[in-house]
Ligand binder design. Structure first.
Ligand SMILES: *Cc1c(COP(=O)(O)O)cnc(C)c1O
Length: 479
């Protein structure tokens, strides 16, 4: 700050009531104070005239705001592909334990408990996915994809085998294409076969010495199990390529089938989908990556291993691709995933996938909309037919539920991709089915008006994205 009050340009008038003028530090002698000195008397006061609403006013304000939102704690949230399962609150209790949050710069020998849990989580995830080594570092599923494909690239490079292409079915999540492109690969897109699954003949024609990897989601994004997965693995491995497993749909297979056993070499885990950590909303997340032993030397650093004396240490894998995030990733998120897996155990994980699949099939059977592809696992793509899927979704909002994912994947006409998860009870599923059916039965005029019972009516999503207003503002009527 300048010593000269004249040189001070801050617009004080904008920040205080004119009659409550508060001198700023730069306009007084306070800038000469040494650190540690008490503030001089002329700079301290006993009262500050801040606005003070009554407590009930404040409580009501925030309670009302919280009620404008809809979350998985409010009711069913069957957003397909996103696996919006209920996050049990005991995982929060575990992450809030005083010894859980240790400074990441502390020496290994002073944080043995945390390293042990990280090691156990690496082990749990490895066993669930059929992978030999797991890194916890990537901060999201998409970041896990990028990490996995970078590991793939490092592996090929170490074999002096540079390749240029990644093959991806067109039904895949958009992040797969972005990952491959960001890693510098050309994307070879495969349209689905008539049954909605991988077109194995098209894959056979597409693989070559240029194939770095095939990225596959299984069950795929309409919940269909890729029956030809072992054949696909053969085709890709025969030309020296690797198989990447997009783990977003692992909830369907938990405890029953493992990507590693199907021939996959590398995968990510979406812990906020499969293992009940919060769906960030932009906050800290995690997307661990598992690999077969040939790829383990390329994993990010640091990695945790056990030592001969029964302890744990961090180390840099020999040919590591480096860091994709600070330290061990978002540890307190990962700890919630650990707590969830440990609490469920083998039986709980089996139960999870069974109930997730049963719930999806029960719900699909109860709704009046057509479900063109099957038999499906944990999610299904209904079609709104000649109606607009977004209209049906908006109508569902008026029935107090969250609607499914709409218009994706694109190969299903007016898709309503629905994933109830194992967390919903039969009663919740019946509520969802009733909302689906009431929305499907609505007249065209009704669909023009919906939603009528939500905090906001139809949002102009394009305008919201192009002209975002990120803070509250009073708008004039003209706007
Ligand atoms: C959610 C999802 C991803 C991306 O994962 P994030 O953790 O949200 O980054 C990738 N693939 C599929 C199929 C998904 O559903």
């Amino acid at each position: 700050m300048s010593d000269d009050p004249e040189g001070y340009t801050f617009d004080q008038a904008r920040w205080s009531n004119d009659d409550e003028y508060v001198p700023l530090l730069s306009e007084t002698s306070a800038h000469t104070a040494e650190p540690g000195d008490a503030l001089p008397d002329d700079l301290t006061r006993d009262s500050l005239a801040l606005p003070a609403p009554a407590e009930p006013t404040l409580v009501r304000h925030y309670t009302r705001l919280s009620e404008l939102n809809y979350g998985v704690d409010s009711g069913p949230y069957p957003l397909g592909s996103c696996t919006m399962k209920f996050n049990p609150s005991f995982t929060e209790d575990v992450a809030a334990l005083p010894d859980a949050a240790v400074h990441p710069d502390r020496p290994d020998k002073t944080v043995q408990g945390v390293l042990e849990l990280q090691h156990r989580l690496q082990d749990y995830l490895g066993r669930i996915g059929g992978m030999d080594a797991v890194t916890l570092q990537p901060p999201a599923g998409a970041a896990g994809e990028f990490t996995g494909i970078e590991v793939t690239k490092a592996y090929h490079r170490a074999n002096t085998d540079e390749r240029t292409e990644v093959i991806i079915p067109s039904s895949a999540h958009g992040t797969n294409f972005a990952t491959a492109a960001m890693a510098g690969y050309d994307v070879v897109e495969l349209p689905p076969a008539e049954d909605g699954r991988l077109d194995i003949d098209a894959l056979a024609a597409a693989v070559s010495e240029e194939t770095a990897a095939l990225m596959l989601t299984n069950p795929n994004t309409v919940g269909l199990f890729e029956r030809d997965v072992t054949r696909a693995a053969e085709l890709v491995h025969d030309v020296g390529g690797l198989l990447y497993y997009d783990g977003a749909n692992l909830n369907a297979l938990l405890g029953r089938a493992r990507p590693g056993d199907m021939g996959f070499d590398v995968m990510h885990y979406n812990v906020h989908k499969t293992f009940a950590t919060p769906h960030g909303g932009g906050g800290p997340g995690a997307g661990p990556v598992g690999v077969v032993s040939d790829l383990a030397p390329f994993l990010p650093t640091p990695h945790v291993r056990d030592t001969d004396d029964g302890g744990y240490e961090t180390y840099a894998p020999l040919q590591s691709i480096g860091k994709v995030h600070g330290y061990a990733g978002n540890w307190l998120v990962l700890l919630k995933a650990y707590a969830y897996v440990a609490r469920l155990g083998d039986e709980g994980l089996l139960d999870t996938s069974a109930t997730a699949v049963l719930n999806a099939n029960y719900l699909a059977d109860r709704i009046d909309l057509e479900v063109p592809y099957g038999p499906f696992h944990h999610e299904f793509a209904a079609t709104a037919g000649d109606r607009d899927a977004a209209d049906i979704a908006k109508a569902m909002l008026d029935h107090g539920v969250h609607p499914p994912t709409t218009k994706w994947p694109e190969f299903v006409n007016e898709a309503m991709l629905t994933e109830p998860t194992e967390a919903e009870t039969k009663r919740d599923l019946d509520t969802l089915a009733a909302a689906f059916n009431a929305a499907a039965a609505a007249s065209d005029e009704d669909l023009d008006r919906v939603p009528e019972r939500t905090a906001a009516r139809r949002i102009d999503q394009v305008r919201a994205a192009r002209e975002p207003r990120l803070s509250w503002q009073a708008l004039s009527d003209a706007e």
